[in-house]
Ligand binder design. Structure first.
Ligand SMILES: *[C@@H]1O[C@H](CO)[C@@H](O)[C@H](O)[C@H]1NC(C)=O
Ligand SMILES: *[C@@H]1O[C@H](CO)[C@@H](O)[C@H](O)[C@H]1NC(C)=O
Ligand SMILES: *[C@@H]1O[C@H](CO)[C@@H](O)[C@H](O)[C@H]1NC(C)=O
Ligand SMILES: *[C@@H]1O[C@H](CO)[C@@H](O)[C@H](O)[C@H]1NC(C)=O
Length: 542
């Protein structure tokens, strides 16, 4: 999962009472059609679901780990690296061997390699474990006064009167994205940036604006523990100098989207099932998003053993997700209007086996009406669907997304598996599909967000730590998979995919019902059991 770009932690998510019966009724009429010879092994949701086995998922995970550790691969599968390409070849071959039509789409994008970095405060070295250099940082060796930026550095006004030009600024994490903070600091002509973390643990590994790497200031990130004493001293009026030594190489790389389409099913009604193939530079990404990548590989393999697909399916492994959903954007942007209109839905799998998981079902962004949603804990919410109050901070999802969510919800409900809501943000590859008006959905187990006590009551695990404590770190390795969630979510996708491929789902998903409900204005809806009392957006890094 890429770091979130949506300042959506004010968005509170609740379920829309789209009638379950309605979804089911629509699905059950869907078998009508021209008579065709019955396939020998017709696709049946329960059979497809049962064909998904944990040992096979783990077999792909093991391969992914091995690719990241090929000679010279440096334990990463970041786009365009040896580890990435080996993974891409593996999935492309699997798909080809199982009868899919496979295309590769090459994407060019800048990438950063960190060669060396260090930080001194008044000449004293900060331990390397407390710092990390941002991707797309500039290189420099410089000593300059350190200036504390008030507030969150999300507005040019935060720099007024600071005389930050030529100085190194210390900027707090939160509310707006690091890219935005970097652009604002750059406009103030700073000589360097230190981004300080607002949660315990390692410094956050993030990035500046990729396309501006030639002019970005040297930028590194500092852990909260190392930053706090410095903030205290600066606040007390002490003058401090910082010394930055950053050597990075920024260069363009090429890497491929792998796109595998079934040869059967109506090619004018295509379900796209995607996961991102790239990891961050810091690690192998066995969970992020090796879990989603491996799952769709196994879904593709098992699905190839069934016939009777009414609609076509396209499995897609996206490149360059981690620096801004580049591969999936590239794909959607290069579709003609007619090709786009053939895609009736998108399922996205981005992290399905986080060790401290939630089972989060993607749904429409929406907010409670009322200020300070963070403190609202009432059981009846109001969904400001038409934004009549101007307080809906989300981007409306296209109609049909609710129906997809409902299919997942029914799946887990039937099996007694708790689930919660997980807002669509700008943090994963559903975003370009949503923006193109294509209904999207999926399940995710959480990334860099912090698990709440309420979520522990639903799913077990540990409150107060990340859903994936190894999110974007070297320890996202083969031991970083919750095998129960991994299998549940793969099977849930099998069930939902089978339903969407064997019905007139294209019609259902474009059904105006959810649309009408959403457009009908501010309406009350009931809190649904199991959906999370305070279902915040679970978005990741800002
Ligand atoms: C940065 O690293 C490269 C590659 O190791 C090296 O050639 C170069 O001299 C370094 N630059 C600085 C300023 O240290
Ligand atoms: C990875 O694949 C891309 C696209 O096919 C290619 O251009 C690039 O050279 C490859 N990189 C490596 C390290 O093999
Ligand atoms: C809702 O209205 C506000 C104020 O006009 C605007 O800033 C916001 O982007 C709108 N939200 C959506 C989802 O359109
Ligand atoms: C589901 O959540 C409820 C709390 O709402 C909890 O009592 C129950 O144990 C959970 N079920 C499972 C299987 O964890």
């Amino acid at each position: 999962m890429a770091e979130g770009h949506s300042p959506s932690f004010a968005s509170y998510m609740h379920s829309i009472p789209l009638s379950v019966a309605l979804v089911l009724a629509s699905l059950s009429v869907a078998r009508a059609g021209p008579p065709v010879a019955p396939p020998s092994n017709p696709l049946i949701p329960a059979k497809f679901e049962a064909s998904i086995q944990l040992e096979n998922l783990l077999g792909h995970s093991k391969k992914i780990w091995e690719f990241a550790n090929l000679p010279g691969a440096k334990t990463t599968r970041s786009f365009g690296t040896i580890g990435y390409n080996a993974t891409a070849d593996y999935f492309a071959k699997l798909a080809e061997d199982h009868g899919y039509h496979v295309e590769r789409q090459t994407v060019r994008y800048p990438a950063t390699t960190i060669i060396s970095n260090s930080l001194k405060i008044n000449g004293v070295d900060v331990p390397l474990s407390e710092i990390t250099t941002f991707q797309y940082s500039g290189s420099a060796s410089l000593t300059a006064p350190l200036v504390l930026v008030p507030n969150l550095g999300c507005s040019a006004a935060d720099y007024e009167g600071l005389n930050a030009a030529g100085k190194i600024v210390l900027v707090h994490r939160g509310v707006c994205t690091f890219v935005e903070k970097g652009e604002i600091a750059k406009a103030a002509q700073v000589a360097g940036i230190i981004m300080r973390n607002n949660v315990a643990g390692p410094p956050v590994a993030s990035r500046l604006e990729p396309t501006a790497f030639e002019t970005n200031p040297p930028t590194l990130s500092l852990s909260q523990a190392a930053a706090e004493p410095i903030v205290t001293r600066l606040t007390a009026g002490e003058s401090i100098t910082a010394t930055l030594n950053i050597n990075v190489s920024n260069e363009f790389r090429h890497s491929d989207n792998i796109i595998a389409t079934s040869k059967t099913g109506d090619q004018n009604k295509v379900l796209v099932v995607g996961a991102h193939l790239d990891s961050v530079p810091a690690g192998a990404g066995v969970n992020d998003d090796g879990s989603g990548s491996a799952t769709i590989a196994e879904l593709a393999i098992q699905l190839s053993k069934f016939g009777g697909l009414k609609n076509a399916v396209r499995f897609a492994w996206w490149t360059t997700e981690e620096v801004g959903l580049v591969g999936s954007h590239y794909y959607v942007d290069h579709l003609s209007a007619s090709e786009k209109s053939k895609i009736f839905a998108n399922l996205n799998l981005d992290m399905t086996a986080s060790p401290n998981y939630i089972i989060g079902l993607n749904l429409l962004p929406m907010v409670h009406v009322g200020q300070n949603s963070l403190t609202i804990k009432r059981r009846i919410g109001v969904y400001d669907a038409d934004n009549s109050t101007g307080q809906n901070t989300g981007t409306p999802a296209p109609p049909g997304s609710t129906a997809i969510k409902k299919l997942f919800q029914l799946h887990y409900d039937k099996r007694g598996i708790n689930h919660t809501n997980y807002a669509f943000t700008s943090g994963s590859d559903y975003r370009p599909f949503l923006d193109a008006g294509i209904p999207s959905g999926g399940v995710a187990t959480g990334a860099g967000g912090i698990k709440t006590p309420f979520e522990v009551s639903l799913f077990g695990g540990t409150a107060g730590i990340q859903y994936d404590p190894c999110y974007h770190l070297l320890c996202d390795d083969l031991s970083n998979l919750a095998t129960d969630a991994y299998l549940w979510n793969a099977r849930a996708n099998a069930d939902v995919i089978a339903q969407l491929l064997t019905t007139d789902s294209a019609v259902i998903l474009r059904d105006p019902v959810s649309f009408v409900r959403l457009k009908s204005g501010v309406r009350q809806f009931e809190y649904a059991a199991n959906l999370g009392e305070e279902c915040h957006s679970h978005h990741d890094e800002l």
